[in-house]
Design a protein around this ligand. Structure first.
Ligand code: ATP
Ligand code: MN
Length: 483
């Protein structure tokens, strides 16, 4: 059995031919039957669907199948035949069985019943074996591929930005330090602060919070680039939408403005969601059912009005609303939850930072569509954003999705040296830490724009999973770095 070539379950289930001699290898999901015949549901992760193995007890003994318990790794050889049972078109009449690895039913934590997502998070080393997580991670792969495909088809080049960085793209305070200095007894400077010049890189270094600044350098030569890599934030936000380690896609385009940027982001979101609708039908159907079940336990008012697949189609078939920050503030100020003081943060005046509750109100209650907000007050946005002529706003844009809130944050970048330099000084960033970034504005600078898409936020939207910890294999969050 070990040296016999096997066929993925997905291929067997799609077979139009029958009476073939086949071999499958995978993990037992369930076994049921009687003294005459046993039915084994086998899954190898190639598809959400199991293949049914039929073991005629005239051929096999009780002993042969004793170790065929939930979770055991097995191989089966037999004949692929038309199935007479409901739920599948083909099944395997077994002629030979083999056990690769047992799973003691007394100890194996996954049983063929519903486990809570919280429990499964504690056994993340095994949760791939469940239908829910295998579907989520197959979709994660498909979504990764769809993103690379979208950019490749449009002539973008993927660049790898560094993970260890000496610069802080967004402002200090939420980075993980990378150091080899002795934590108990670090070398100190005369003023008593730590002397990082004696550290591995000869300076203070951190894990990156964004690959944007490096992507900009690439765009100013390759015209269209994107990064797709891990990013790290030490913010202590223990929410269902934040991870300490997450993946970000950051395209950057030369000779482009804020409008091109919004169009690119929308095209990309529509394109990759379409790809998933077209290529992950079985997994989506399963996850849609899962979500409907989960929603049943919620109060009526909190349930999503759309089923998962309808929700995805809604994004691919409707235009996104484009709205300035100023217009959004007007809508929010006049909104019912603001007037009735139901928002935790009331919107009183222009300049207020928008909280998740406001974003969700706009998307889910007011427009009922994805919303692109643009032209934000400079004071609440990053230093590198293009300063608009009004003297108070910058050409920033955020895309807000139902159920998620912010999924994309981007902007046109300030390409004029003097303006960028002034802003860097104003916000108190050390000029010498960004000399290379500033220098690009002196040598062949051009208008350019880009955005950051949080990959796991998009995964949440596409899979309908409501906690970001359930769309990445091994989530990193405060007080958790197991596995
Ligand atoms: P938020 O306000 O939701 O914390 P942000 O303004 O900090 O987001 P950006 O710095 O603009 O986000 O990052 C770009 C994108 O990365 C966001 O639109 C979001 O999709 C994603 N993102 C940001 N922080 C996290 C996080 N901690 N975990 C997962 N995704 C994140
Ligand atoms: Mn944040």
């Amino acid at each position: 059995m070990q040296d016999r070539k096997h066929t993925p379950v997905k291929e067997l289930l799609a077979s139009t031919e029958v009476d073939l001699e086949v071999t499958v290898k995978g993990w037992v999901r369930t076994k049921r039957g009687n003294a005459f015949v046993q039915f084994i549901a086998l899954n190898d992760g190639s598809t959400i669907n199991n293949i049914q193995v039929v073991a005629d007890m005239k051929i096999f003994s009780e002993e042969d199948l004793k170790q065929f318990t939930t979770g055991a790794a097995v191989g089966v050889a037999g004949t692929l035949v038309k199935s007479t049972g409901a739920g599948q078109t083909v099944e395997i009449q077994a002629t030979q069985v083999f056990v690769y690895g047992v799973a003691d039913p007394e100890k194996f934590p996954l049983q063929p019943k519903k486990h809570s997502l919280e429990f499964l998070r504690e056994i993340a080393h095994l949760r791939f074996r469940t239908s829910t997580f295998s579907a989520v991670f197959r979709i994660r792969h498909a979504l990764t591929f769809a993103i690379h495909k979208f950019f490749n088809d449009r002539g973008f080049y993927n660049i790898h930005s560094p993970i260890i960085t000496g610069s802080d793209a967004e402002g200090a305070g939420e980075m993980f330090r990378v150091t080899l200095l002795n934590a108990k007894n670090p070398p100190l400077k005369e003023d008593g602060t730590v002397d990082y010049s004696q550290d591995f890189f000869g300076k203070e270094t951190n894990l990156t919070v964004s690959g944007q600044l490096e992507a900009e350098l690439g765009a100013l030569a390759l015209s269209k680039v994107y990064t797709f890599g891990p990013t790290f934030r030490a913010e202590n936000s223990n929410t269902s939408r934040h991870l300490a380690e997450f993946w970000m896609i950051e395209p950057e385009v030369a000779f482009a403005d804020i409008n091109d940027n919004m169009t690119l982001a929308q095209d990309m979101l529509v394109s990759v969601v379409k790809y998933i609708l077209e290529n992950c039908e079985d997994d989506l159907k399963f996850l849609s059912g899962r979500l409907l079940d989960e929603e049943k336990s919620k109060p009526e008012a909190e349930r999503s009005p759309l089923e998962l697949i309808e929700k995805l189609k809604f994004v691919t078939e409707n235009d996104f609303v484009r709205l300035t920050y100023t217009e959004a503030i007007e809508i929010l100020r006049e909104s019912k939850p603001n007037k009735k003081k139901q928002f935790n943060y009331l919107i009183n005046e222009w300049g207020a930072d928008l909280q998740s509750e406001h974003e969700r109100f706009l998307v889910e209650k007011h427009f009922k569509k994805p919303v692109i907000l643009y032209n934000y007050p400079a004071a609440i946005k990053a230093f590198y954003m293009k300063q608009n002529d009004d003297g108070k706003t910058v050409a920033a844009m955020d895309i807000l999705f139902p159920g998620i809130g912010e999924i994309v944050g981007g902007s046109q970048r300030e390409e004029v040296y003097e303006k960028l330099h002034r802003r860097i000084t104003e916000v108190g960033i050390e000029e010498k830490s960004l000399w290379w970034y500033l220098e690009t504005r002196q040598f062949g600078t051009v208008p350019h724009a880009g955005f950051g898409l949080g990959f796991e936020r998009l995964m949440m939207f596409v899979t309908g999973m409501t906690n970001i910890r359930d769309v990445i294999p091994f989530p990193r969050f405060p007080k958790n770095a197991e596995f």
